[in-house]
Design a protein around this ligand. Structure first.
Ligand code: GDP
Ligand code: IMO
Ligand code: MG
Length: 428
């Protein structure tokens, strides 16, 4: 059997959580393969709203196994908060949630290092979520990390102590001491590590490959988005993991020839949170209108998301990197009242037009979007139940995007609720 992958094609917050929840009934297993509690994946159904950070978005459907893969970085304190809130709302997650022993732990000192690194960067700060993501992946790659499986070993205390000592020394060089309440945070963290042991810790690479051999189906859930990928995103204003499809292979131990469908998810416009270049960003009333209508505020940090028109140059690049086989368009309803819709079809780089994504999109690289303009549909689509109800201007907008990107749009989302999801006729 193959594994299907669902991932973001923009700068995150495309609506991954909502669609994973909708697609979950087709699968036996849902697995997160990278990122950590920097993610905020929102689901809405039965009049309730949930935000998931480390737990896969398949958790609310019945029967599926949900896996936190080896490529994820896990903060025991935040995980416990998230898990206990789910349990309190009646979801029996202990039965279905499994955690990879090879996932790396976010230590309390990683969060302090994240803050100290940002402070040291001053005006060039990345605008991270402050969850310790960068320092934890840095330790993983520099071979100093502490893994979930280490907490089962007799020398865990010494492994933790060594890592903490190195962090304290590094913090000092950045002019930061441990805060007064650190001992309390540390003991909460150690308690939360014990709580992790109330879940089944697994060798997830074996586990997933055995399930595949038994004919089970797997959906991999990405976090962040392609433009935040550490190799291909708008570096250095990126996160610290591979958010692209290849990340599902390394983040779960699944071979490349096991990848089946790749669902690429994008908003009908574009947003970004944190610093870094964003060629189609709108600083005017239209940008503000999109933010207000789309409620574009971070699910984790509450920060205002920067808003702009859809960027087809960046999307083409993302489709190429991920091998996207199906596109999913989100938040189409946010544009319901606009007279005119714009889409960047090319960039002018130093005055020369290109459809290819350039090395740098920073201001100094003189990148200017070239827009196509289309009439808006000016129709409330939020209660529609099938694509035959779509206004013709909207159908034209989808056809335009498919032509520009060369991949079919198989799902369209017209509101935050589970039921506001339209599967198109060409859906496989
Ligand atoms: P994720 O990180 O990719 O899972 O996305 P987020 O949950 O951070 O952000 C997406 C936001 O848009 C959430 O508040 C969702 O409830 C909301 N949302 C998802 N799909 C739609 C849609 O089609 N229309 C509208 N208006 N909101 C949506
Ligand atoms: P989901 O999964 C949007 C951004 C941060 C910052 C940069 C680095 O909900 O789509 P980090 O804390 O990862 O070191 O921050 O990446 N960022 C996200 N932006 N959605 C996310 O996740 C993000 N996770 C990180 O704002 O610019
Ligand atoms: Mg999000």
């Amino acid at each position: 059997m193959k594994v299907d992958v669902l991932l973001g094609l923009q700068w995150g917050d495309e609506g991954k959580g909502k669609v994973v929840d909708v697609l979950t009934p087709r699968y036996d297993v849902v697995a997160r393969f990278q990122g950590g509690p920097n993610a905020g994946h929102t689901l809405e159904f039965d009049g309730k709203k949930y935000v998931l950070r480390s737990i896969p978005s398949g958790i609310f459907q019945s029967g599926q196994i949900n896996i936190i893969g080896n490529g994820v970085v896990l903060d025991p304190i935040l995980f416990r908060e998230e898990a206990e809130a789910l349990e309190a709302s009646g979801v029996d997650i202990h039965k279905v949630l499994k955690i990879s022993r090879k996932a790396h732990l976010i230590l309390p000192t990683h969060r302090l290092l994240d803050a100290a690194n940002e402070r040291a960067k001053g005006g060039a700060k990345i605008g991270t979520t402050g969850k310790g993501i960068g320092p934890t992946y840095t330790d993983k790659v520099s071979r100093n990390g502490v893994r979930v499986g280490d907490t089962e070993l007799s020398d865990f205390a010494s492994r933790y102590g060594k890592a903490k000592e190195a962090h304290v020394a590094r913090l000092r060089t950045l002019g930061m001491e441990l805060p007064d309440d650190f001992a309390a945070t540390e003991s909460k963290w150690l308690d939360a590590v014990k709580y992790l042991h109330t879940y089944e810790l697994i060798d997830s690479e074996h586990y997933i490959n055995h399930l595949l051999a038994e004919g089970k189906t797997v959906l991999c859930e990405g976090a962040q988005g392609t433009m935040l990928d550490v190799d291909f995103g708008s570096y250095p204003f990126v996160t610290s993991s591979n958010t692209i499809c290849a990340g599902a292979c390394s983040g779960l131990g699944v071979a490349p020839n096991k990848i089946g469908e790749v669902y690429g998810i994008f908003k009908a416009y574009c947003t970004r949170v944190g610093s870094g270049p964003f060629p189609t960003e709108l600083f005017d009333e239209t940008g503000k209108r999109i933010r207000d209508l789309g409620h574009e505020y971070g699910a984790v940090t509450g920060r205002e998301r920067r808003c702009g028109w859809i960027d087809l140059v960046a999307l083409r690049y993302a489709i190429m990197l991920n091998g996207v086989t199906q596109l999913i368009m989100m938040k189409s309803d946010v544009l319901d009242g606009f007279d005119t819709i714009k889409a960047a079809v090319a960039y002018k780089v130093n005055g020369v037009e290109t459809r290819d994504f350039p090395y740098s999109i920073e201001e100094a690289a003189h990148v200017e979007p070239v827009y196509a303009e289309m009439p808006g549909w000016r129709t409330d689509m939020t209660a529609m139940r099938g694509e035959d109800e779509f206004p013709c201007e909207f159908t034209d907008y989808i056809a335009f995007i498919e032509r520009e990107l060369g991949v079919p749009v198989t799902i369209v989302s017209i509101g935050p609720d589970r039921c506001q999801t339209i599967l198109r006729h060409n859906h496989k």
